[in-house]
Design a protein around this ligand. Structure first.
Ligand code: ZN
Length: 533
């Protein structure tokens, strides 16, 4: 029996009513878990997750929705069509055996707790992630570096079994829905075309191959004499994953933030754009504390207006945390400025990659000479002296990020092709060698891939950082050449433009159309590629 459009409208509005309180509870539970790490918070998170997932378990509703989704053209009005698209995808992500869905919730919470509570033990002393990063950035003591690097990887072994089980269960659900595996299903439900993504990744690989090789040779040439070695090992590089460029040019970006109030600088940055973040700051949790998640993220608690948006961070007065603060508050201003008159289901960002684009565009200000001068109040003379080195450092950082994304892109495909693959440790290191030109330590056979938290709790997500970078470069170019005719971050007009053409429309359009509307053209990797050379 066919249902009418007005039945559909009624169904959607009833559904919103049921969804809103459960979504809010789940968001709140996630926040409480991340800020406390207690067993009670974890149980509550699992409970709220199960209840939320229960919203999508009615097979009749799913079948009807799917029917509408497959016949979008008959629906009147783009808003109704878009709501069906969005809601269908949320349903599709949560189809399957209730026991398996519950088990996945449990395992994800378990993995989160393992990462959250993990401390690297070096010479009998426990180190948090901030300390590990600091040591790998600054220490000249090779043995201590190696031990710290190895200790930081032990979380991989602790969580490996959980991650493999998660991947198998995710695959099982995806296959029951007729997909080849969870990876393939995720791309489709994220509205990402696998072929297009493969083309973009292939292009980024070939565009960065030669310049990255040159960059890596330069880094090695600097590090070898520093450490007195013939071969540069992973622990000689910056950070546990070689995520970022080591400061071989002696820029010392951190000195710009010594003794500075990062919250104040964040507020000033967004004030200059005419975007008020005081409300977000007041509900955020920004400093290190026992038991709290060691990462940084932005959380939106429900979608009722006035919006409740919070940031979790573990601030120290350095460049890493300045970047993180600008990044997370970039997510926050997006969430805060979605038009509240949109239907509930569309009151969110267009896509993970559009919100990453804003976050990345803001985070990148941390090594932007103009921003350092005008907002961070860095010393003019020192800046002039290092401005060229800063620019090449920024290019190096982007290039390394690109190469790391390529590792994740290929690794997760291998993981979901076969989660029980006994050779995954080696698959990971093959990719590290291929893309980052970092040799595996002789004889190493550890699940270092599982030390990357995304593999467990934000699966098939990393490409969104890359697409975010591409969109960010394209958007900044558009803003500065068409809207502000100068640095976007000094101009309230840029803030207004973002508000009206990027944040406000929320999920009314998909990410492709959002990019098209805001920049006048479809996604074009050219702007990012140009910024690398
Ligand atoms: Zn982000």
């Amino acid at each position: 029996m066919a249902i009418t459009t007005s039945d559909l409208e009624r169904f959607i509005s009833d559904f919103e009513q049921r969804m809103a309180p459960l979504e809010r509870e789940l968001d709140e539970a996630w926040w409480n878990l991340a800020t406390s790490g207690t067993d009670e918070a974890r149980e509550e998170f699992v409970r709220a997750g199960t209840e939320y997932n229960g919203l999508f378990s009615d097979q009749n509703e799913y079948r009807n929705l799917r029917n509408w989704y497959e016949n979008l053209d008959v629906l009147e009005g783009p808003l109704l069509q878009r709501q069906v698209e969005v809601l269908y995808r949320v349903f599709a992500e949560r189809q399957g055996d209730e026991e398996i869905l519950g088990r996945i919730e449990e395992l994800e919470a378990e993995a989160n707790a393992i990462y959250g509570n993990h401390r690297s033990v070096v010479r009998g002393r426990e180190m948090g992630e901030n300390e590990v990063r600091e040591l790998l950035r600054t220490s000249a003591d090779q043995d201590l570096r190696r031990e710290t690097w190895e200790a930081s990887k032990t979380v991989g072994r602790a969580v490996e079994g959980t991650v493999r089980e998660l991947a198998s269960l995710r695959n099982r659900l995806a296959r029951e829905q007729g997909y080849e595996n969870y990876y393939v299903r995720s791309l489709e439900l994220q509205e990402i075309e696998a072929d297009e993504l493969a083309r973009i990744m292939g292009r980024l690989e070939s565009e960065t191959d030669a310049p990255f090789r040159e960059l890596k040779e330069g880094i090695d040439a600097k590090l070898k004499p520093t450490f007195g070695v013939d071969t540069v090992m992973p622990w000689h590089l910056s950070g546990p994953f070689f995520h970022r460029a080591p400061d071989i040019a002696g820029i010392d970006l951190d000195r710009n933030f010594e003794g500075k109030d990062l919250v104040d600088l964040t507020r000033k940055t967004f004030d200059a754009l005419g975007l008020d973040v005081r409300g977000v700051i007041s509900t955020s949790d920004l400093y290190e504390r026992e038991g709290k998640s060691q990462h940084a993220f932005c959380a939106r608690i429900g979608r009722e207006y006035p919006y409740d948006v919070r940031v979790l961070a573990n601030i120290r007065p350095d460049a890493y945390w300045m970047d993180a603060m600008l990044h997370e508050f970039g997510h926050a201003v997006y969430d805060r400025h979605v038009n509240p008159r949109l239907p509930y289901l569309l009151r969110t960002c267009a896509h993970a990659n559009t919100t990453e684009a804003i976050a990345l565009m803001m985070g990148a200000l941390v090594d932007d000479t103009g921003w350092l001068r005008s907002v961070a109040g860095a010393d003019r003379e020192t800046l002039n002296e290092v401005s060229e080195r800063l620019a090449s450092h920024r290019r190096a950082d982007r290039m390394i990020l690109t190469r790391f994304v390529l590792i994740m892109y290929h690794f997760e495909q291998a993981l979901y092709a076969d989660p029980d693959n006994g050779g995954l440790n080696s698959v990971w290191w093959d990719l590290v060698e291929r893309f980052l030109f970092v040799d595996r330590p002789p004889g190493r056979n550890e699940p270092d891939w599982a030390a990357v938290i995304h593999v467990a709790v934000a699966p098939v997500y990393y490409h969104n950082y890359m697409l975010g970078e591409l969109i960010s470069a394209q958007l900044r170019n558009y803003l500065e050449s068409h809207i502000t005719h100068g640095p976007f971050y000094e101009n309230e007009v840029a803030g207004r433009y973002l508000l009206e053409s990027f944040f406000g429309p929320g999920a009314r359009e998909n990410w492709r159309d959002t990019v098209l509307r805001a920049t006048g053209e479809l996604l074009n990797p050219e702007y990012f590629v140009k910024s690398l050379t």
